[in-house]
Design a protein around this ligand. Structure first.
Ligand SMILES: [Zn+2]
Length: 315
């Protein structure tokens, strides 16, 4: 990795705002928008990236101590960029999300399973090779320390088969299901938005380019470091994804909840819907807490705050 590859660039605020306005226009005009994300969008959640100044590859390259996640995994929260993507998908302004990240924060933020292709797996997901059942856990599934050993030690509830973590390590084949859906949606895209990836790992790096080469679509890249595809981008932003998303959504006039707000709204709606008394609510909360322990929040978060946001924007 060259010094040039590691360098981060930042544009001034005026330029970032201008490009956010330009992308907002482009999103409104486009029919099929697909977003592609990489490690860069999760660094502000406390997860180190690969090629940033304190990234994994950079540290290995410079013989420095490798970075660690600074919070327990179950306390990591989706960033403003994650919440923005979830909101755009709910609104139908973006049709699909392709991610190289395995941290599970997209599902956590409320992205439905059918709207995401996770190319390199999901640390919260384990699956049965015998009956193909998938299990989402509120903890990291991987237990093995051997690179190519993926057994987690747990068994399938349905057939008793061995469960395997879904993480794809270097040199391993991608999940056919995930790569196929990623290709399918990338081929339909007339606008590809690349957020927080240096586009150096294939096939993830090829997907946003599929339609640009055929001149059927446009590509926008937001990343602090240069990428090999920069010359093909209609809009190229050197900025933080959280910051850029903030100005983008302001241009689109769509409010984005924080992760905590989304959870609170969900809880409030549930109380109203079920018309719970205080005592019942307390009992429910205990049950809900138990449920939380077993299910990632993401999988039932989405529908709760959707209506609330619609109400807010109609005012
Ligand atoms: Zn099974």
């Amino acid at each position: 990795m060259s010094e040039e590859d590691k360098k981060e660039y930042k544009e001034n605020l005026k330029s970032i705002k201008k490009k956010a306005a330009k992308l907002a226009k482009l999103i409104r005009k486009s029919k099929y928008v697909v977003i592609h994300t990489g490690a860069g969008i999760s660094t502000s959640a406390g997860i180190p990236d690969y090629r940033g100044p304190n990234g994994l590859w950079t540290c290995l390259d410079q013989n420095r101590e490798t970075p660690v996640v600074d919070k327990p995994w179950n306390l990591l929260e989706p960033t403003n960029c994650h919440m923005t993507i979830a909101t755009l998908l709910q609104r139908g302004l973006v049709k699909h999300l392709v991610s190289q990240n395995t941290d599970g924060l997209h599902l956590h933020s409320g992205v439905p399973l059918e709207k995401i292709s996770e190319l390199h797996g999901n640390s919260n997901k384990e699956y049965c090779k015998d009956c193909q059942s998938e299990y989402f856990r509120p903890f990291r599934c991987r237990t093995s320390r051997e690179v190519h050993d993926h057994q987690t030690g747990r068994k399938c509830d349905k057939c008793g088969g061995k469960l395997y973590d879904s993480i794809i390590n270097f040199g391993e084949n991608l999940s056919e299901k995930q790569i196929n859906s990623a290709y399918l949606h990338s081929k339909k895209a007339d606008l590809s938005i690349v957020l927080g990836t240096s586009l150096r790992v294939t096939p993830a790096a090829d997907l946003p380019m599929i339609n640009v080469k055929k001149q059927k679509g446009k590509m926008v890249i937001v990343n602090l470091q240069k990428t090999p595809l920069d010359d093909y981008a209609s809009i190229r932003v050197f900025g933080r994804t959280d910051q850029f998303c903030f100005y983008l959504m302001r241009e689109l006039e769509i409010p984005v909840p924080t992760f905590k707000q989304a959870l609170e709204l969900r809880a409030k709606k549930r109380r109203e819907k079920l018309q719970l008394t205080e005592k019942e609510e307390k009992k429910q909360k205990i049950q809900e807490y138990k449920f939380f322990q077993q299910t990632p929040k993401s999988l039932f978060l989405l529908d709760y705050y959707e209506e609330e946001i619609h109400k807010k924007t109609k005012k």
